[in-house]
Each structure stands twice: as C-alpha cells, then as structure tokens.
Design a protein around this ligand. Structure first.
Ligand code: RIB
Ligand code: CA
Length: 319
C-alpha cells in the first residue's frame, strides 16, 4: 500500500506537535509533504517555529513549513487561553533548528499544491481553520482536489461523557472560537471532511497511569511527556480531570484506524455572531447520508487509540 500524501495544518501547541511526530513515525502510512502554520495556541511565528522544532526532533528537516494566517478570516484577533504555556509546548526546552519557514505564504502554496497534485490530497487541520477557509474562498474548485479534511475542532455533540460544547468558553471549543467565520465557511463549503470534536477527544486522556508509556521512549520520552501534558493544568481546572486530554492526535489515528471512531453524516455550521455568548459554538444540523461532513460521535476504543499514538512515537525514535 502506498503512503497517503498528507499536509498538516496546525497552530503548533503540544498536541499539534505530537501529531506531527506521529505522522513522521509512520512513513509507511503517511507521506508528509508540508506543514502549514496558522495562529492559534501561540502567535503564527511561534506556531511555525514549533513546527520546525517537531520536524527537527523527528529528523525530517527536509519537510517545508509555510506560515499562513496570523489573524482570523473576517474578524479581529481575539485573546487565547495560553493553554499550552508561553512557548506553546508546555515549557519543553527544544532548540530552534537552523532551518527556517519558507518564504511563500501557506495559502498560496496550498492552492498551487492542490492545483498541481496528480491525485486529491488529505489535509489534517488541527488549529483554527483560517488557512483552509482562505484556500476554499480563493479556489473553490479545489474542493475536489482535497481528498478529505480531518479536522480537530468544535464541541462535537452528545457523547458518552456528555455534550462538551466548549473549552475556552462554555459554548465554544478553542479552534472554532478563535476563528468562527473560518470554521463556519469550511463546514459549509461542501468539502469532504471528518470532524473530531471535544465530546470524543475527551474520551482520550493522557493520565498518570499512562505516563511511563511515553517517558520510556528513549531518548526524548520525558520531553514528549512534558509536551503531551502542556494543557493539563487547564483540563484539571476546567474539567476536573487527572490528566491531559488528547485532541489533535485523533486526526492521524483516525486515518490509520478509522474503525476506532463512530461517525454520522450531518450538516454542520458554527455560530459566527460576535455579540452572542455562544459565538464559536458548533451547530449540528440534520442527519443526511449524502452530506460531505462527517461528525465523529464516539471513540469506541480509547486504549487502542493511545496504543497507536505511543507506537508511532516509539517507531520514530527507535528508527
Ligand atoms: O480545543 C483543542 C484544540 O485547540 C487543539 O487543537 C489544541 O491544540 C488547540 O489548538
Ligand atoms: Ca491545535
């Protein structure tokens, strides 16, 4: 089986960082062509630098990083929640590699890459969807050259741990809150997508009884664990969990093991009213077997998902 061509679009906080490493750990499954950076967990420049740090740690400084949106699609930049700490990766100390982001803008490169691709490309957006919205607005015909967007964002809908609508406000998940117009535009664009929201990502917890599975991965296990725990302080404060939720990593885990995730085809949109307390809220519409948008409704085997994450990291640093 040939490796899937993949682009990772992220706001490189801790879980974006681990997601990139997972991709690098499975070159048999994924051919990572580029990382495109979006503002979010940290400002754009730091998101791109953290992406470079992940590529350097994974020994793949040949893969280009392109900087994209530094502010939202239609509205002014809002304050975030510093969930992943000042440096975006939980305070982990990683040298900035010699490589730099490419000069060209991520949206220009995404459009050109999709135009010239011999076959549709899969993209994993794990931050605010500004870059994706700009690509689809400028070149709507390229929908057909996007195999699928595997997105982390939104609340997700009723799940076995309840309907967790938000984590930065009661009603909005961070990525959709930081750019609700972009999220709404992408969800209604007609592009094929699978959406991993909080109601299912909250089923996957990096808890103390799992720490040894990561810290034992030589030689960077302690650093990887620090990065995976970057937002733990907020998860404990806001949700009373003893551990850190695993969000973005589900996008890559889904690509390798879709059988671990239950989905339904529904129409999706986002509250974009800046005056509403529910701005950024994921609105779940009618079920429709022909809808291009799939919502993940359950992670039916969290342990298997965690095993896959740990295995990707072990393979990367063992190789
Ligand atoms: O709400 C969780 C999401 O927001 C994750 O993608 C995290 O990295 C932040 O971007
Ligand atoms: Ca992210």
């Amino acid at each position: 089986m040939t490796a899937r061509t993949l682009i990772h679009d992220g706001d490189h906080g801790g879980d974006d960082f681990i997601t990139t490493l997972m991709i690098l750990g499975r070159p048999d499954l994924f051919d990572l062509r580029a990382i495109t950076s979006n503002f979010g967990n940290v400002p754009l420049d730091l998101a791109a630098d953290n992406a470079l740090r992940a590529l350097a740690l994974g020994g793949r400084t040949d893969i280009p990083v392109y900087k994209g949106a530094e502010k939202p699609f239609r509205t002014p930049l809002k304050g975030g929640d510093d969930a992943h700490g000042e440096n975006g990766i939980g305070g982990a100390v990683l040298p900035l590699p010699a490589i730099k982001p490419q000069e060209r803008h991520a949206v220009d490169v995404l459009i050109e890459t999709l135009e010239n691709a011999p076959a549709p490309i899969t993209i994993c957006p794990t931050g605010p969807l500004t870059n994706m919205a700009r690509v689809l607005e400028r070149a709507p015909h390229l929908k057909s050259k996007i195999e699928k967007l595997i997105i982390m964002g939104g609340g997700g809908g009723p799940g076995i741990k309840g309907h967790i609508k938000g984590n930065i406000t009661k009603f909005a998940e961070f990525n959709f809150y930081m750019d609700p117009d972009a999220a709404d535009y992408v969800l209604k664009s007609g592009v094929n997508l699978v959406l991993h929201g909080l109601s299912t990502t909250h089923q996957l917890l990096y808890a103390p009884d799992k720490h040894h599975r990561i810290t034992s991965i030589a030689p960077h296990g302690e650093t990887l664990s620090t990065i995976m725990r970057a937002a733990e302080h907020l998860d404990q404060k806001n949700f009373g969990e003893n551990g850190a939720y695993i969000h973005d990593e589900n996008t890559v885990c889904y690509l390798a093991h879709p059988e671990l995730y239950d989905t339904k085809r529904v129409h999706l949109s986002v509250n974009t009213d800046p005056a509403s307390p529910e701005v950024g809220n994921l609105i779940i519409g009618d079920e429709d077997p022909h809808a291009p948008t799939e919502l993940v409704t359950n992670l039916n085997n969290p342990d298997a998902a965690f095993d896959f994450i740990a295995d990707c990291l072990q393979r990367l640093f063992r190789s």
